[in-house]
Design a protein around this ligand. Structure first.
Ligand SMILES: [Mg+2]
Length: 171
């Protein structure tokens, strides 16, 4: 099912080095809005340490964001000290291929794509056969354009949970 993630976790911080090793994931492509920051652009607590730890363990990480606000993405990229791509047009494949070049990992199945939305992050990752990792949105609040999609996404997430028995499950 193209809409279903391989993993559904509460937060990026649940992505441990063990989980990545067990699944042969060598790189991560991260979403920004509501994955790393809230609507007020506040980075989630512990994100910098989490990112640093993964990098020290050899995981290559970059940002792939659909936002056109480059300043916002630069701010997060600088904090986490990782490269970025903005205005990515996810779920289009092109952004994922650009990100793959940025982190220099040859095999798509060794790349995890992390984000809070089914219709951009998960579908995009599944289309290019990367490992889709859905996380719960950081903020209950959404930008207007996400607000429209969210109820439909939640329907699919409920179905997914029913089928695979809740969060933190791997399919
Ligand atoms: Mg997002």
């Amino acid at each position: 099912m193209i809409l279903y993630p391989k993993f559904y976790l509460k937060s990026i911080k649940d992505i441990s080095i063990e989980l990545l090793r067990d699944n042969k994931i060598k790189g991560l492509i991260l979403d920004v809005d509501n994955t790393l920051i809230d609507v007020d652009r506040k980075i989630i607590e512990g994100a910098e340490e989490w990112c640093k730890n993964l990098k020290e363990n050899g995981i290559k990480i970059c940002i792939l964001s659909n936002t056109s606000h480059e300043d916002k993405v630069i701010y997060v990229a600088k904090k986490l000290e990782i490269p970025y791509i903005h205005f990515a047009k996810k779920p289009c494949k092109s952004g994922f291929y650009k990100a793959k070049k940025l982190i220099e990992i040859d095999k798509n199945e060794q790349i995890g794509v992390v984000g809070d939305q089914l219709f951009t992050d998960v579908i995009g990752a599944n289309r290019v056969k990367m490992v889709s990792i859905l996380v719960q949105p950081v903020d209950k609040r959404d930008f207007w354009y996400t607000k429209i999609k969210r109820p439909v996404e939640n329907l699919f997430i409920k179905r997914y949970e029913k089928k695979y028995g809740g969060k933190n499950k791997c399919i």
